[in-house]
Design a protein around this ligand. Structure first.
Ligand code: SF4
Length: 385
């Protein structure tokens, strides 16, 4: 059985390698790249490394050698998403409106909702997805800090996902005529560029991401596996409401490959968060229908269109049938994601010092006026497919 499982892969896998090469060759352009968590645990497979090898440092080194002016980590955007979405969750729990709050970082799921449950779009978080948030910050906060005209900045996202190409082009994800993200390349496309450039990937020395928006927490890394967004949000929401640091930060009930996972978190405020984590659009439809019938009630739902989450996205390396019979690809890549989380010194989004600085220096409060303008979006009712 092949691991190519992204149910929305059919949306299009337009190759954008030449577009990115053109921008890299243009001296007038300042080209910034950001990479999603799932890419770093799969890219090595394209270069013969075992499934589940973490190649974060080599990936950063390769991107710098390809000529990108800055190499940022989309995990910073994931931490920002948690700050905004966590605040949104607390505010909806307070008002009781538009519950359950549904995550919005998977464009496959968002499009599914727009077509199939248009009357429920108010439940989706208004947060842009992490790489879109980060693109928006690059063209505002970073551009200002670095003294670069945002019109000359090109943002390239390396994603495990083909649906992100469609998301990147959405009109709502632009400001003053500039898209938050200009090009989305898949993990496979990045591998092709590295090969075209003739880099000896396996022997590259590890390098670190650039700052000030390069650093992400462990909570951000786990966005790559099913349950990760929910766990990251719960780590932050629990601590913010309790005012105390958690001893145990792993919410194992939302981990693993079961199609639908449920857990209940009691906050120190007396509020309850009935949480559901779903992966695969078939499971998502089942759960939505159960909710419509009134059989299920939740306060918070994480949905990822791909089975297992982004680690098996449609832009990830294709594993041959023989290998996927021998090795549990999903489990190995997920294991690498959780090891990467454990390797971080900062494991909660709200403790990321660069996120704190961003709010202090630029954004103000989570869900404040500027945050709303730059980090939130809206959705469109579309016809049934
Ligand atoms: Fe893309 Fe991840 Fe959603 Fe799959 S689960 S469609 S890879 S965002």
């Amino acid at each position: 059985q092949c691991i190519m499982a992204c149910p929305v892969g059919a949306l299009s896998e337009r190759e954008n390698i030449d577009d990115v090469w053109d921008d890299l060759a243009d001296p007038a352009k300042y080209v910034v790249v950001q990479t999603a968590p799932a890419v770093r645990v799969a890219l090595g497979e394209e270069f013969g490394l075992p499934v589940g090898t973490r190649v974060t440092g080599k990936m950063v080194a390769a991107l710098r050698k390809l000529g990108f002016d800055k190499v940022f980590d989309a995990n910073f955007g994931a931490d920002l998403t948690i700050m905004e979405e966590g605040t949104e969750l607390l505010s909806r729990l307070g008002s009781g409106e538009n519950l359950p709050l549904m995550t919005s970082c998977c464009p496959g799921w968002v499009k599914f909702m727009e077509h199939n449950f248009p009357d429920r779009l108010g439940n989706l978080s208004t947060c842009k997805s992490p790489h879109e948030m980060e693109g928006s910050m690059v063209k505002s906060f970073f551009a200002k800090k670095a003294g670069i005209d945002p019109k000359n900045i090109v943002v390239v996202s390396i994603m495990p996902c083909t649906a992100k190409k469609y998301e990147g082009a959405r009109e709502e994800l632009s400001r003053e005529g500039l898209q938050d993200v200009d090009w989305v390349l898949t993990t496979r496309e990045l591998a092709a560029m590295i090969k075209e450039a003739g880099l000896d990937f396996v022997n590259l020395k590890d390098e670190a991401f650039d700052n000030p928006i390069g650093k992400g927490s462990g909570a951000a890394v786990i966005f790559g596996a099913t349950g990760g967004v929910a766990e990251a949000a719960l780590r932050t929401v629990f601590e913010i409401t309790s005012g105390k640091a958690l001893d145990t930060i792993e919410y194992t009930a939302v981990r693993g490959m079961e199609g639908i996972k449920e857990t209940v978190i009691d906050l120190p405020t007396g509020q309850r968060i009935r949480t559901a984590v779903v992966h695969g659009l078939g499971n998502a439809r089942k759960l939505m229908e159960a909710m419509e019938r009134g059989d299920k009630t939740y306060d918070f739902m994480e949905v990822m269109a791909c089975p297992g989450g982004c680690i098996t996205g449609g832009g990830q390396p294709i594993v041959d049938a023989g290998t996927s019979e021998r090795i549990d690809i999903k489990a190995e890549r997920a294991k690498a994601i959780y090891t990467e989380d454990e390797a971080q010194t900062v494991r909660k989004s709200h403790n990321n010092p660069y996120i704190k600085a961003l709010y202090e220096e630029f954004l103000g409060e989570p869900n404040g006026h500027l945050a709303h303008e730059l980090l939130h979006t809206h959705y469109i009712k579309r016809s049934k497919v």
